[in-house]
Design a protein around this ligand. Structure first.
Ligand SMILES: *[C@@H]1O[C@H](CO)[C@@H](O)[C@H](O)[C@H]1NC(C)=O
Length: 138
Protein backbone atom coordinates (compact mmCIF):
# COMPACT_ATOMS: atom_id res chain seq x y z
CA UNK A 1 0.00 0.00 0.00
CA UNK A 2 2.60 2.53 1.09
CA UNK A 3 4.90 1.20 -1.60
CA UNK A 4 2.32 1.76 -4.32
CA UNK A 5 1.65 5.23 -3.04
CA UNK A 6 5.33 6.10 -3.24
CA UNK A 7 5.54 4.72 -6.75
CA UNK A 8 2.62 6.88 -7.82
CA UNK A 9 4.26 9.98 -6.43
CA UNK A 10 7.50 9.13 -8.20
CA UNK A 11 5.80 8.46 -11.49
CA UNK A 12 3.55 11.47 -11.63
CA UNK A 13 5.82 14.04 -10.13
CA UNK A 14 8.79 14.42 -12.48
CA UNK A 15 10.44 16.83 -10.05
CA UNK A 16 10.64 14.16 -7.39
CA UNK A 17 13.12 12.19 -9.45
CA UNK A 18 14.72 14.94 -11.51
CA UNK A 19 18.02 14.02 -9.89
CA UNK A 20 18.05 10.68 -11.66
CA UNK A 21 19.75 11.29 -14.97
CA UNK A 22 18.40 9.43 -17.97
CA UNK A 23 17.74 6.07 -16.40
CA UNK A 24 17.69 3.28 -18.90
CA UNK A 25 17.02 -0.19 -17.54
CA UNK A 26 16.03 -1.65 -20.93
CA UNK A 27 18.32 -4.30 -22.33
CA UNK A 28 16.54 -5.47 -25.46
CA UNK A 29 13.94 -2.77 -25.97
CA UNK A 30 15.12 0.25 -27.90
CA UNK A 31 14.17 3.77 -26.81
CA UNK A 32 10.71 4.62 -28.13
CA UNK A 33 11.00 8.38 -27.89
CA UNK A 34 11.62 9.98 -31.29
CA UNK A 35 15.37 10.48 -31.33
CA UNK A 36 15.25 12.98 -34.18
CA UNK A 37 13.45 15.60 -32.06
CA UNK A 38 15.72 18.60 -31.65
CA UNK A 39 13.66 20.80 -29.32
CA UNK A 40 10.61 23.07 -29.48
CA UNK A 41 11.04 25.58 -32.30
CA UNK A 42 13.93 23.71 -33.95
CA UNK A 43 13.99 24.04 -36.88
CA UNK A 44 10.45 25.54 -36.88
CA UNK A 45 7.51 25.61 -34.48
CA UNK A 46 5.29 23.78 -36.91
CA UNK A 47 7.11 20.46 -36.99
CA UNK A 48 9.27 20.56 -33.89
CA UNK A 49 9.25 18.31 -30.87
CA UNK A 50 10.93 18.36 -27.47
CA UNK A 51 14.11 16.34 -27.12
CA UNK A 52 14.09 13.18 -25.03
CA UNK A 53 16.24 14.99 -22.50
CA UNK A 54 13.87 17.99 -22.23
CA UNK A 55 11.04 15.54 -21.77
CA UNK A 56 12.97 13.67 -19.08
CA UNK A 57 12.38 10.32 -20.73
CA UNK A 58 13.42 7.41 -18.54
CA UNK A 59 13.10 3.68 -19.03
CA UNK A 60 12.56 1.47 -16.04
CA UNK A 61 12.17 -2.28 -15.86
CA UNK A 62 9.25 -3.90 -14.05
CA UNK A 63 7.87 -0.74 -12.53
CA UNK A 64 4.76 -0.11 -14.61
CA UNK A 65 3.36 -3.53 -13.80
CA UNK A 66 3.16 -2.51 -10.15
CA UNK A 67 0.78 0.30 -11.01
CA UNK A 68 -0.95 -0.98 -14.13
CA UNK A 69 -1.30 -4.74 -13.62
CA UNK A 70 -2.25 -5.28 -17.27
CA UNK A 71 1.31 -4.33 -18.26
CA UNK A 72 3.33 -7.55 -18.43
CA UNK A 73 5.74 -7.98 -15.53
CA UNK A 74 8.73 -8.53 -17.83
CA UNK A 75 8.33 -5.10 -19.38
CA UNK A 76 10.53 -2.15 -19.66
CA UNK A 77 8.40 0.98 -19.56
CA UNK A 78 8.39 4.70 -19.77
CA UNK A 79 6.04 7.35 -18.48
CA UNK A 80 6.12 10.45 -20.64
CA UNK A 81 4.87 13.76 -19.36
CA UNK A 82 5.29 16.35 -22.07
CA UNK A 83 6.90 19.70 -21.28
CA UNK A 84 4.94 22.95 -21.51
CA UNK A 85 3.69 23.91 -24.96
CA UNK A 86 3.98 20.37 -26.25
CA UNK A 87 1.61 17.45 -26.38
CA UNK A 88 2.10 13.77 -26.93
CA UNK A 89 1.78 12.05 -30.28
CA UNK A 90 2.23 8.36 -31.01
CA UNK A 91 2.95 6.61 -34.27
CA UNK A 92 0.88 3.56 -35.22
CA UNK A 93 1.75 1.89 -38.51
CA UNK A 94 3.63 5.00 -39.52
CA UNK A 95 0.68 7.32 -38.94
CA UNK A 96 0.81 9.92 -36.23
CA UNK A 97 -1.98 10.38 -33.71
CA UNK A 98 -2.29 12.93 -30.95
CA UNK A 99 -2.70 10.76 -27.86
CA UNK A 100 -2.25 11.44 -24.17
CA UNK A 101 -1.00 7.90 -23.68
CA UNK A 102 1.25 8.67 -20.71
CA UNK A 103 2.74 5.19 -20.28
CA UNK A 104 4.30 2.82 -22.77
CA UNK A 105 5.83 -0.61 -22.36
CA UNK A 106 7.93 -3.17 -24.14
CA UNK A 107 8.54 -6.78 -23.14
CA UNK A 108 12.14 -7.78 -22.72
CA UNK A 109 11.40 -11.50 -23.14
CA UNK A 110 8.77 -13.70 -24.82
CA UNK A 111 7.13 -13.54 -28.20
CA UNK A 112 6.52 -9.80 -28.13
CA UNK A 113 10.11 -8.97 -27.26
CA UNK A 114 11.14 -5.53 -28.39
CA UNK A 115 7.69 -4.32 -29.44
CA UNK A 116 6.36 -1.18 -27.82
CA UNK A 117 2.75 -0.81 -26.78
CA UNK A 118 0.48 1.92 -25.49
CA UNK A 119 -3.06 1.90 -24.21
CA UNK A 120 -5.06 3.74 -26.85
CA UNK A 121 -8.87 3.88 -27.01
CA UNK A 122 -9.12 1.03 -24.47
CA UNK A 123 -6.84 -1.25 -26.48
CA UNK A 124 -3.18 -2.20 -26.38
CA UNK A 125 -1.76 -0.95 -29.65
CA UNK A 126 1.69 -1.42 -31.04
CA UNK A 127 3.49 1.87 -31.49
CA UNK A 128 6.69 2.76 -33.29
CA UNK A 129 7.40 6.18 -31.85
CA UNK A 130 6.37 8.75 -29.26
CA UNK A 131 7.11 12.46 -29.35
CA UNK A 132 6.09 15.60 -27.49
CA UNK A 133 5.21 17.88 -30.38
CA UNK A 134 4.93 21.61 -30.29
CA UNK A 135 1.32 22.73 -29.80
CA UNK A 136 1.92 25.98 -31.65
CA UNK A 137 1.75 25.07 -35.29
CA UNK A 138 2.18 28.26 -37.28
C1 LIG B 1 10.12 12.21 -35.40
O1 LIG B 1 9.83 13.60 -35.39
C2 LIG B 1 10.05 14.21 -36.64
C3 LIG B 1 9.88 15.71 -36.43
O2 LIG B 1 8.61 16.02 -35.92
C4 LIG B 1 9.08 13.63 -37.67
O3 LIG B 1 9.28 14.24 -38.92
C5 LIG B 1 9.32 12.13 -37.79
O4 LIG B 1 8.34 11.56 -38.61
C6 LIG B 1 9.25 11.49 -36.41
N1 LIG B 1 9.70 10.13 -36.53
C7 LIG B 1 9.07 9.16 -35.95
C8 LIG B 1 9.62 7.79 -36.16
O5 LIG B 1 8.07 9.36 -35.26
Amino acid sequence: MTFRFLLLILLFCPFAYAWIEEVDDCKVCRPIYNSTCRGVGVPSLKTSCATAKETGVEYTFGLLHQIFPHVPVNSCGTVITCPLRTSSTIKIENKEFPAPTLYHWCEETGKNTGKWYARFVHENVEITSVACKSIVRK
